[in-house]
Design a binder for this molecule. Structure first.
Ligand code: KG4
Ligand code: ZN
Length: 327
């Protein structure tokens, strides 16, 4: 079964064809990121206008790359929520029209759930997901951690139709905190990749920011560490020895520690053997190594999507849609 997926929840416009919920035949992504960078964040009005311009082009390219035509498509899948309303509407209207014209089903997909499903996709001629091991549905139940620009959420995944939200951020999402801290440190937008890169230059750090563990809950909070960075920067940035790299490293250390400890604590309590991670922050090198090392001690296997599938993409939408459709 070939499903054409459409993803337009934020500033990426993506179309993908996925076969039988697993094999990625194409995954085309266009982005208006550059236009937003000068504002230091996403401007919804610009994002939705670009969605409208890109959607036809990326969809055609996704079909050509897959070596298929519209006649080969068995269903159309689209992200319906959450996201920027103007951007979402472009994808939803487009997918709706396509499904009507082709007389094929329209499958509605939750963007956050799709981020977790990215761990099940196989790209590069079906060999693997680019880096790691592909998660198999038969290994469920699992705990899922979605860390993106808009969300920091924990799920209990009984099956892919049934993901139960069991914890979330009370204020900033992890990616949002990265972006805001990067703004404080004048590092540009998005903040995650640059903070990740700069932190690698620091081995020994005497700066430590607080970690909001919120004991007894499965929730997260990242606004405190962001404020700590702001106050530290105000007090120290003009002093000799001040280093942006060390501030970035200390911030990342706090975020990674909280994400690692809290998600593994939940996985242990739920007695699952797998932790699926997804969303833009899943690309973070420190989070990857910290989770892998700590999970090993508890006999838990951590899954991360290949780098391109951590970011917003339509393959995860088409893949999850297959499970919605078949059950
Ligand atoms: O999942 P995503 O592409 O879009 C949303 O659904 O939000 O995630 C974007 C977020 C941004 O906040 C960005 O700063 C963060 O993911 N991000 C990273 C890294 N790469 C992207 N955060 C930490 N480390 C990274 N390497
Ligand atoms: Zn996302």
């Amino acid at each position: 079964m070939n499903i054409l997926g459409i993803e337009t929840s934020c500033d990426e416009t993506s179309a993908s064809v996925v076969r039988d919920g697993r094999r990625v035949l194409s995954n085309v992504v266009a982005t208006s990121l550059k236009e937003h960078q000068k504002f230091g964040g996403i401007i919804p009005e610009i994002a939705s206008r670009r969605q409208l311009e890109f959607i036809n082009i990326v969809t055609k390219e996704a079909l050509v790359t897959a070596g298929l035509t519209l006649k080969d498509i068995d269903a159309v899948a689209v992200t319906t929520h959450p996201g920027l309303i103007g951007s979402l509407l472009v994808g939803i209207s487009f997918a709706n029209s396509l499904s009507f014209a082709l007389n094929k089903p329209l499958i509605k997909v939750n963007h956050i759930h799709a981020h977790l499903y990215a761990n099940c996709l196989s790209v590069f001629q079906g060999k693997n997901n680019g880096e790691g091991v592909i998660f198999k549905e038969s290994s469920l139940p699992a705990v899922g951690l979605v860390v993106s620009g808009g969300h920091s959420s924990l799920f209990f995944i009984k099956d892919f139709r049934n993901m139960r939200l069991i914890g979330q951020t009370r204020d900033d999402a992890a990616g949002e905190a990265y972006d805001k801290v990067a703004r404080i440190l004048n590092l540009g937008y998005p903040g995650g990749p640059v903070i990740d890169r700069l932190s690698k230059n620091v081995s020994d750090n005497d700066i430590h920011f607080p970690c909001a563990m919120l004991p007894g809950t499965r929730d997260f909070s990242f606004s405190g560490v962001k404020t700590a960075v702001l106050y530290y920067t105000r007090q120290h940035s003009a002093k000799p020895g001040y280093s942006v790299e060390r501030v970035a490293h200390a911030f990342q250390e706090s975020v990674v520690k909280v994400l690692t400890e809290k998600s593994l604590e939940v996985a242990r309590k739920k007695k699952v053997k797998a932790l699926l991670v997804g969303g833009g922050v899943a690309a973070n090198s420190a989070l990857r190594s910290s989770l892998e090392a700590e999970a090993l001690k508890s006999g838990i296997k951590v899954y991360f999507p290949g780098m391109p599938l951590c970011m917003d993409n339509a393959a995860m939408v088409a893949g999850l849609a297959y499970h919605y459709y078949k059950t």
